[in-house]
Design a protein around this ligand. Structure first.
Ligand code: HEC
Ligand code: HEC
Ligand code: HEC
Length: 136
């Protein structure tokens, strides 16, 4: 392969990387927006798969007490800085720390809490919700 072809390929690869949006949620990411919008911050995009391949479920869902429900944990920055939830790892020891606001707060403002692109969010007929006694 010629040097010229190689450098064209490299330039193409860089271009592709440059135009690929990195801040948008991908399939299976969890968007957490219980408080962010109201506080004027972008919602948090939690890349679940990125973490799942690195840690066992037990680390987060048993030891750290994350409930298995999008938006089911009342997470705020005070708790994170105190070492709870994301702060158990994002503390400059296991992983980079809280000063990197815009690595976590990358969601589009106004995006509701959800598992991004999950099948459940696309169903035309929603499964019957638990009986709440509400008339509908
Ligand atoms: C490791 C990921 C992470 C980093 C880094 C991070 N946050 Fe957060 N932050 C969260 C999560 C998760 C929530 C809960 C989101 C929700 O429910 O809306 C949150 C919530 C918030 C909230 C709303 C709740 C509250 O505590 O008032 C504000 C404001 C906020 N973050 C600001 C910041 C600022 C400013 C920084 C940088 C100094 C920062 N965050 C860095 C994960 C992070
Ligand atoms: C690094 C921590 C971490 C690991 C490891 C992890 N999870 Fe999660 N998981 C979370 C967080 C954070 C949420 C979102 C909670 C929230 O929004 O408050 C979540 C949400 C979930 C949900 C709810 C999604 C929904 O539909 O509402 C399920 C189910 C789940 N995890 C299963 C698993 C399984 C199974 C594993 C192991 C294969 C695993 N998780 C590994 C942190 C983790
Ligand atoms: C069990 C430890 C652990 C917990 C809990 C955890 N993280 Fe992470 N996270 C990591 C590690 C390790 C990395 C990789 C750090 C690196 O590449 O230097 C990471 C990377 C990330 C990244 C960057 C992913 C990428 O593509 O590079 C984001 C965003 C992130 N975490 C958000 C969060 C948020 C939000 C929470 C809480 C809801 C959280 N994390 C909880 C360990 C954790």
């Amino acid at each position: 392969m010629s040097k010229r072809f190689n450098s064209i390929f490299v330039m193409f690869a860089i271009l592709v990387m440059a135009i690929t949006p990195t801040s948008d949620a991908e399939y299976g990411d969890v968007l957490i927006n219980n408080f962010s919008d109201a506080a004027g911050m972008r919602p948090v995009v939690f890349p679940h798969w990125f973490h799942r391949i690195r840690f066992s479920c037990k680390v987060c869902h048993a030891d750290l007490g994350f409930k298995m429900e999008a938006g089911g944990n009342q997470i705020n920055m005070l708790k994170i800085i105190d070492g709870e939830y994301c702060g158990a790892c994002h503390n400059n020891e296991v992983a980079w720390s809280v000063e990197n606001c815009d690595v976590c707060h990358t969601g589009k403002p106004g995006t509701k809490t959800q598992v991004h692109d999950s099948t459940a969010s696309k169903l035309k007929v929603k499964p019957k919700a638990e009986k709440t006694g509400a008339s509908q």
